[in-house]
Design a protein around this ligand. Structure first.
Ligand code: FEO
Length: 176
């Protein structure tokens, strides 16, 4: 089954994008730590570890197909944000960029009848729906909370416990 130079190059770029996401979320975790939001910090740290796992999936796939991994440059991540909302808006922006990039590689794999790459990317297509939804949910909560320290405290606790089930869930217990 062919693994073209074009697809290989696109997969290497995606590997770079996933490592960049790892780096960005690690810096966000450090930002949240610096403003004493340990739950946000832990949540973002976990997110960074997921991105690292994504990067390694691409690395292994490129190798398994007989390709050559080419590591690109990683740019310095933003260290400071004006607010939690600003950081999460940036995170959503990142995820949308990742989704677009995966769609473009998928389209290329379809064009080249590269079924192995399509099968591999299916997991990421589903994962991106979940990641964008989660970021959107947290943004919705941050908008509702506004300047309420109580609300932010509760959300910090919730995220520190491992997540958010979404604003539509009746049991997430976060005051508006
Ligand atoms: Fe691996 Fe959140 O994209």
């Amino acid at each position: 089954m062919p693994f073209s130079e074009r697809t290989q190059e696109a997969m290497n770029q995606q590997l770079n994008l996933e490592i960049q996401a790892f780096y960005t979320y690690l810096a966000m975790s450090d930002y949240f730590d610096s403003v004493s939001l340990p739950g946000f910090s832990q949540w973002m740290f976990n997110q960074s570890q997921e991105e690292w796992t994504h990067a390694m999936k691409f690395r292994t796939f490129i190798q398994d197909r007989g390709g050559r991994v080419r590591l690109g440059q990683i740019s310095e991540p933003v260290a400071e944000y004006g607010s939690s909302l600003e950081a999460f808006r940036q995170a959503l922006d990142n995820e949308q960029q990742v989704s677009r990039s995966i769609s473009n590689i998928y389209a290329l794999a379809v064009e080249e009848k590269d079924f192995a790459t399509q099968a591999f990317l299916n997991w990421f297509v589903t994962e991106q729906v979940e990641e964008e939804k989660t970021m959107n949910d947290i943004i919705d909560w941050l908008k509702r909370i506004g300047d309420s320290p109580n609300g932010l405290f509760m959300l910090d606790e919730k995220l520190g416990q491992g997540g958010l089930t979404g604003p539509s869930s009746p049991d997430n217990g976060i005051p508006a």
